[in-house]
Design a protein around this ligand. Sequence first.
Ligand SMILES: C[C@@](CO)(OP(=O)(O)O)[C@H](O)COP(=O)(O)OP(=O)(O)OC[C@H]1O[C@@H](n2ccc(N)nc2=O)[C@H](O)[C@@H]1O
Ligand SMILES: Nc1ncnc2c1ncn2[C@@H]1O[C@H](COP(=O)(O)OP(=O)(O)O)[C@@H](O)[C@H]1O
Length: 303
Amino acid sequence: MREDGPPAPGAIRLEARAKLNLVLEVVGRRPDGYHEIRSVIAPLDLADTVTVERLEEPAGSLELEVDPPGVVGEADNLALRAARLMRDAAGVPDAGARIRIAKRIPVAAGLGGGSTDAAAVLLALNRLWGLGWPAERLQALGARLGADVPACLRGVLGETVLAEGVGERVTTLPPAPRLHVVLATPEATWPGPKTRTVYAAYRPPGIGARAEQAVAALRRGDTAGLLAAVANDLEPGAAALVPAIRHLREAFLSAGAPVVAMAGAGPTVFALAPDPALAERLAAAARPLARAIHVTATGDVLP
Ligand SMILES: C[C@@](CO)(OP(=O)(O)O)[C@H](O)COP(=O)(O)OP(=O)(O)OC[C@H]1O[C@@H](n2ccc(N)nc2=O)[C@H](O)[C@@H]1O
Ligand SMILES: Nc1ncnc2c1ncn2[C@@H]1O[C@H](COP(=O)(O)OP(=O)(O)O)[C@@H](O)[C@H]1O
């Protein structure tokens, strides 16, 4: 599902890929309340399409259009905030842009939709405005918008990463193998702002040194070892707040899923499947319990 036809001459189009935290391990807490994590994050085929083009008049204007309209606010959109930040940081107050986002990643689902749109905007404006900044500099800027923007930026480039610190410190890993992924996103009502509430609900002891296990498995090309490491420290706390998370886990397991975990801060629950036929059966089992189902895959290049 890509935007129809090529972008207009001079426009830049990028696939803002959703991210999947294959492992999310909480390792500590900072004095400011943020949690320190170790997370192995792979890009998914599921993506929003972000197109940017020059806007000359009036000087310095930044416009955003999201399709379909109304799925996310445009005024406080992370993509627009990324563009403003970039224009100010680069000292080009007269540079303008029109940004279009074809939205496919479910919103507030734990799949990093806003962060990956912001990351794609940084990468695209860097080219549109001829800034020539290295990815590391874009990542540092992106970290000011959200802890997982740097990891999403690497994901747009097709990279699997280890994210450390509060998520902003990223190291490139060997690409995750191609895994079929079923994403089931339930309706959810949280007692406060989702990500903050879910982090606050975390209680030790957690899943242990799974990130290290996953990194070692990736480095030796051991898919079974990687699958054995998949887990998310935020899942038990989130499932206590939103029981649909537990129901989806149970539905996937009963339908024969070998690996199930929650995505990011939820509420999406994902299952990994060795073959597309099983993925379709898992999707069917989860459908009655979810507001959105996507069958997608991990990978360094888009098909
Ligand atoms: C959980 C993760 C996993 O990749 O993704 P999502 O599921 O939200 O997409 C990320 O850590 C989400 O990072 P991000 O969405 O950028 O978080 P931010 O907006 O920076 O933070 C929102 C709030 O979550 C809490 N927070 C965030 C990150 C972190 N490492 N520790 C925290 O305690 C803080 O209370 C913060 O005020
Ligand atoms: N471009 C965007 N796409 C999605 N959500 C956005 C965007 N810009 C801002 N947001 C806001 O960010 C919040 C988190 O959404 P999102 O990034 O999709 O999920 P998550 O943090 O669960 O991965 C939502 O409240 C949404 O309104």
